[in-house]
Design a protein around this ligand. Structure first.
Ligand code: DC
Length: 227
């Protein structure tokens, strides 16, 4: 079967990466979590206090970007790629509420996006790849053969993210999760540089009332139509 490029965009906590990982396993494709790259840069600059809850030093962030080296390596146990920053696995560190609360501010910086988009394009050069993010179908891979715009009602998204964080042992309330999702969605879809948009050729996949299996089957049908 011909290998295509699949772009999955959508709001925060819609289950994009869950779908992308499952699709990648079924199809034997490579899955790249582009949000992880923005999270990794945020983690790096937050450690240096260049972004905090009430400040951001854009110039200093841009100046230090050349020190950021990102790569993905397959975790043999889970069979999913994990992100490394300058040789160190930071998969866990980037998923904290702290990084989530700052990432959309850092992702809005033009120079940060330019650096990451260049690396993202290189990763996807040969097809057989599934990427999830905010600007994959619009900017990174505008010619992707299949573009999915994943969405779900806010209450469902809050519940899913809350359960995920509690399972990880994070101390968080539903209100905090909801506030973070709404803030990020707003920043991600209103920023000047490649905001989150639903492209005309994207297929909307609303998974509010779909379980993981139903969502996967629907997506697989769409892939088969294109291969
Ligand atoms: O998918 P995620 O929630 O891990 O993404 C974290 C943040 O990274 C998200 O709030 C916005 C940013 N992002 C982006 O701007 N463009 C992408 N292609 C992917 C993520």
């Amino acid at each position: 079967m011909k290998k295509i490029t699949i772009a999955i965009d959508g709001y925060s906590s819609c289950g994009k990466s869950t779908l992308a990982k499952e699709l990648a396993k079924e199809l034997n494709y490579i899955f790249v979590d582009y949000g992880a790259m923005y999270r990794a840069v945020t983690f790096f600059v937050a450690q240096k206090n260049l972004v905090t809850s009430n400040s951001i030093d854009k110039k200093a962030i841009i100046d230090i970007l050349h020190e950021v080296n990102l790569s993905f390596q397959l975790n043999e146990e889970t069979k999913t790629p994990e992100i490394y920053l300058n040789g160190e696995n930071i998969e866990k560190e980037i998923r904290t509420p702290f990084v989530s609360s700052l990432v959309s501010k850092v992702a809005a910086i033009k120079e940060v996006r330019e650096k990451l988009v260049e690396e993202q394009r290189k990763m996807g050069e040969n097809g057989g790849i599934i990427m999830d993010g905010r600007d994959i179908g619009s900017v990174v891979f505008p010619h992707a053969e299949l573009k999915l715009f994943v969405t779900a009602e806010i209450a469902t998204r809050v519940e899913r993210r809350y359960a995920e964080m509690i399972a990880k042992g994070e101390e968080v309330t539903r209100q905090e999760v909801e506030k973070n999702l709404i803030e990020r969605d707003h920043l991600d879809s209103t920023r000047e540089e490649s905001p989150l948009i639903q492209t005309e050729d994207a297929i909307v996949l609303d998974n509010t009332n779909l379980n993981r299996k139903e969502q996967l089957e629907l997506a697989l049908t769409l892939v088969k139509e294109r291969t």
